[in-house]
Design a protein around this ligand. Structure first.
Ligand code: LHQ
Length: 257
């Protein structure tokens, strides 16, 4: 298996596991990754996801040795079959995803990280939009996400020049949540994902969806969407618990419902 999954304490850990190929994505890994996110969506006990890579890299993007993406083949078919459903599944998942970027994230591997909700990178990690180096454009949502994360000018330079952007640079640009010393990466990500797994899941799902929708919305539309979503959240167990815990000056125990 090229993806390892393990669920405990409300967290589904999804780990890319082709370390000798820097976790490059072949069709088997792409399929397993999609199935893992489907499991995250379908299992109510899963309240947060941690996405990580084994070995020295996070993910080197599409496996360029895969015959399915040989020059002259239909790259659109590979994207339609694997990458687009995967990115949609991640962005539509009504639960938070933390990406733990331990090393290089290149091509679709970089955009896989950016499709998470919270990206934490080790100081030695880096992000390469390597597509233009091989005659392609950023896929896996890259052309949509990059300008939203870092603005048009930086997105254009990042995508056209294909340069290695350090974790610190990516953080300074606002592309990722946090950069930490390498030896603190595991502990930091575990703390964040466990915090998220104990948070009011319905509210986090609503935050994710509302922020995503905001890109295509007017302020008026956003205000109405906030009203509708707040109406739904106001009827949840977790809102009741949050207010009761606040009044009783005790920590809340959220159940994700
Ligand atoms: C790899 C790969 C790799 C195979 C390292 N494939 N083996 C979607 C669908 C349709 C069409 C195409 O595209 C896409 C989306 C995409 O993702 S396109 C972009 C694909 N990715 C790249 O272009 C990145 C290619 N890799 C690199 O530039 C370097 O390997 C990086 C910068 C990631 C790391 O460099 P190094 O640290 O110097 O490691 P390395 O290059 O020595 O790699 C280690 C091994 O991993 C090596 O194998 P070997 O058998 O020689 O030890 C590489 O061949 C293999 N590997 N990336 N994408």
């Amino acid at each position: 298996m090229s993806v390892i999954t393990a669920a405990a304490d409300g967290v589904l850990r999804i780990t890319l596991d082709r370390p000798d190929k820097l976790n490059a994505i072949d069709s088997g890994l792409a399929q397993a990754l999609r199935e893992a996110f489907e499991r995250a969506a379908g299992d109510a006990a899963v309240r947060a996801v941690l996405l990580a890579g084994n070995g020295r890299a996070f993910c080197a993007g599409q496996d360029l040795a895969d015959p399915g993406v040989a020059p002259g083949s239909d790259l659109g078919a590979a994207i339609e079959r694997h990458y687009n459903p995967l990115i949609r599944a991640m962005r539509r998942l009504q639960k938070p995803i933390v990406a733990r970027v331990n090393g290089v994230a290149a091509g679709a591997g970089a955009n896989l990280a950016f499709a998470a909700d919270i990206v934490v990178a080790a100081r030695s990690a880096s992000f390469i939009e390597s597509f233009a180096r091989i005659g392609l454009l950023p896929d896996s949502g890259g052309t949509w996400m990059l300008p939203r994360l870092v603005g048009h000018a930086r997105a254009t330079g990042w995508a056209m020049l294909g340069e290695r952007i350090t974790a610190e640079q990516a953080h300074a640009w606002g592309a990722i949540w946090q950069v930490v010393d390498d030896d603190a990466l595991g502990e930091t990500c575990d703390r964040i994902v466990h915090t998220l797994a104990q948070a009011p899941t319905r509210a986090l799902g609503a935050i994710k969806a509302a922020l995503e929708e905001s890109w295509a919305r007017s302020l008026d539309d956003a205000l109405e969407s906030e009203r509708d979503r707040q109406r739904v959240l106001g009827a949840t167990h977790d809102y009741r618990e949050g207010v009761e815990a606040f009044s009783a000056k005790r920590p809340p125990v959220f159940e994700g419902r």
